[in-house]
Design a protein around this ligand. Structure first.
Ligand code: CMP
Length: 135
């Protein structure tokens, strides 16, 4: 659907919007805040809990409001990435229509906002500067 709307053949790989305030205000600027508030859900996790499991079907992306997560491949101890406040994860499955590429695990207590696939893709369509592109 990205090809159609944006006239490009690139695959979006990740959000580059690192400042959560900018992320939220961009919804407001577009008069989309109301829709957005309607479509999000705040979720809490304890340390050690899995937010995303590799191989699952993905229907939401997540914004980390508070806390820290780590990314690991299933069954591996190697930490591929650590993410903190304001960072977005779980976007890949939505952009590629593939299953979750890795486990995402709470390193602390978390407060997370869940963005349903449709709201997330809609946001990117309207804010293409929030995406980074790769051949
Ligand atoms: P998704 O594939 O939906 O679910 C797992 C998430 O972990 C993925 O989206 C990314 O947000 C994140 N992720 C997967 N692999 C890496 C990596 N190598 N570095 C950073 N983040 C990753």
């Amino acid at each position: 659907q990205f090809d159609e709307h944006m006239g490009v053949t690139f695959i979006p790989v990740m959000l580059v919007q690192k400042d959560i305030n900018d992320f939220f205000s961009s919804f407001a600027e577009n008069n989309r805040l109301y829709n957005f508030m309607d479509s999000y859900e705040c979720i809490f996790y304890n340390k050690g809990e899995y937010v995303v499991r590799e191989g699952d079907i993905g229907d939401s992306a997540f914004v980390l409001i508070d806390g820290e997560v780590e990314v690991r491949r299933k069954g591996s101890d190697e930490v591929l990435a650590v993410m903190g406040q304001g960072e977005v994860f779980g976007e890949l499955a939505l952009l590629t229509d593939d299953v979750r590429s890795a486990d995402v695990i709470a390193r602390s207590e978390l407060r997370i906002m869940s963005l349903p696939k449709e709201a997330f893709l809609d946001h990117l369509m309207n804010n293409p500067d929030h995406a980074m592109w790769m051949l």
